[in-house]
Write a protein that binds this ligand. Sequence first.
Ligand code: MN
Length: 213
Amino acid sequence: MKENGLYVLPELAYDYKALEPHISEQQLRLHHDKHHQAYVNGANALLEKIKTARDSNAELDMKATARELSFNISGHLLHTLFWENLSSPAKTKPEPAGAIKEMLSKEFGSFERFKGEFTKAAVTVEGSGWAVLTYCNMINRPIIMQVEKHNLYVAPSFPILLVLDVWEHAYYVDYKNERAKFVEAFWNIVNWDGVNDRIKKNSECVLEMKTVR
Ligand code: MN
């Protein structure tokens, strides 16, 4: 059996300046090194707290612990996916190609229609949260979700294809209070090849499940 692990902040696959001018170095450093790190630390501290309580057979406030754990783990997971969703504007294709293009045209009619719906979902998240493109394997359709905070209104086990962080901490250095401008800029740095990789991984999982059955 593997040893019990802890969460680790993933390194970015690109330089801190790579997403400029859409996301500045200062904004990205703050977001990755401070905000994302805080969720990693938060989740690990809770796991340690739980372990300490178990070791001494002490009482645990399970309601508060489960809530905080869900918030911090989800924050870590979504940020990890978000960094993978981005790429330097020089390397970014203006529109998706391949599997994601086909999937979006089939469900939304066109990429433009999808972009409009996803943008609206992102701009209208109440308070802090995310716009998320997921895929439902039960009905073989992509579905846009709005996630509040990091963990509210999530459908468990839906694989995530594309996420956009619309917490203020994601854009306030560059765009102040203008979330819509940040969302517009996001479309210039979407790593569509990465989205296609996730679709491929998801279909491999589906195939494996079918083989097991
Ligand atoms: Mn964030």
